[in-house]
Design a protein. Structure first.
Length: 339
């Protein structure tokens, strides 16, 4: 390593030498030398190769990935959208007007699919601990889903059947606009007072006895366990949060254990909010506890399948539980009882 004094003296000599050079003209352009040519022994000070990194490898892999390229062409947030599209093509999960909760929604590709498949009048609610620009038509809540307070906040949001739901346009569309265009107007105070005494019929998203009190049609969980923080401050910037729900450590046992905790939290939420006949899709990393989770799902749902979509990377250990048609009159004790 060069000391500061040596480096300072070197820079001073180059500054003096630059004052002695003739003006730069077309005739003497070829005679001007770069700093590396002036002092070859210290060329490393002026040009150094870029070392490869994980981000570079990730960019190279994305460039070769056909699903990543197709996602960019179709305007999707990420290639993960094709995983949900494959599952929906096989099991026909979505219907118009459904209420869908997307756990760990960022960056929003699954929510994009849900919006497209449930429109018009569908309601999509995304929850994630990291801030992200939600897709058009998606309501989002930023918070740690492992927190009981955050889960209760989501339930309060869902308790209003019209909150977050797009409604038909109330005026004639302009030339060139689709007549089926949808907006989400806020009802004025006068409008609320005018209709306060009117009887309202049950609508999508409202609790009904025949639905077992549920208000959600589909619960999607694409969460991964957050990393443990080992460096830096607890609070990171909004653009670079340390604590996030979409990373894996590369350690199979650790990723599996973390995914089981998240699946258990998602299943508890689904038990509280999912209507009879609703569906539950959850990502997990296979391991010793996967069988126990599958048995719990079979007690609550009519059919349970394990899926690894074609768009999922072959080297990835991730897979998905697709639990279809929630059963009626099943208690939480029956689900969690190992016998």
């Amino acid at each position: 390593m060069l000391s500061r004094n040596v480096l300072r003296a070197f820079c001073r000599r180059q500054t003096i030498r630059s004052h002695l050079l003739p003006p730069c003209t077309a005739n003497n352009l070829s005679s001007i030398r770069t700093p590396a040519q002036i002092c070859p022994s210290q060329a490393f000070l002026f040009s150094s190769p870029r070392w490869s990194s994980s981000s570079t490898r990730w960019k190279n892999r994305q460039g070769r990935d056909s699903f990543a390229r197709e996602a960019r062409v179709q305007g999707l947030k990420s290639r993960a959208a094709f995983k949900l599209l494959e599952i929906d093509a096989k099991y026909r999960l979505f219907k118009k007007g459904q209420t869908v909760v997307d756990l760990g929604y960022a960056p929003g590709s699954w929510s994009q699919v849900a919006v497209e498949r449930t429109k018009p009048h569908g309601r999509i609610v995304g929850i994630d601990i990291i801030p992200a620009q939600p897709p058009k038509g998606v309501s989002t809540i930023q918070g740690n889903f492992l927190s009981a307070e955050v889960r209760e906040e989501v339930k309060r949001f869902l308790s209003d059947p019209n909150r977050g739901r797009a409604r038909p346009q109330l005026y004639a569309s302009l030339d060139g606009e689709s007549p089926n265009a949808i907006i989400e107007p806020e009802r004025s105070y006068i409008d609320l007072e005018r209709h306060a005494g009117e009887e309202t019929s049950p609508s999508n998203g409202e609790r009904r006895p025949e639905d077992g009190g549920g208000m959600v049609d589909i619960v999607l969980s694409d969460m991964s366990a957050p990393w443990e923080q080992t460096t830096g401050f607890w609070k990171r910037s909004l653009s670079d949060p340390y604590f996030r729900m979409m990373n894996t450590s590369g350690i199979n046992f650790k990723d599996h254990a973390g995914s089981m905790d998240l699946c258990a939290a998602a299943l508890t939420f689904a038990f509280d909010t999912l209507r009879v006949g609703g569906h539950f899709i959850a990502k997990f990393y296979d391991g010793a506890e996967s069988k126990e989770l599958e048995m719990q799902l079979r007690k609550l749902f009519g059919a349970v399948h394990r899926e690894k979509p074609e768009s999922s990377r072959s080297e990835s250990k991730e897979a998905y539980f697709v639990a279809l048609r929630r059963k009626k009159d099943v208690t939480i004790e029956e689900v969690t009882n190992p016998n």
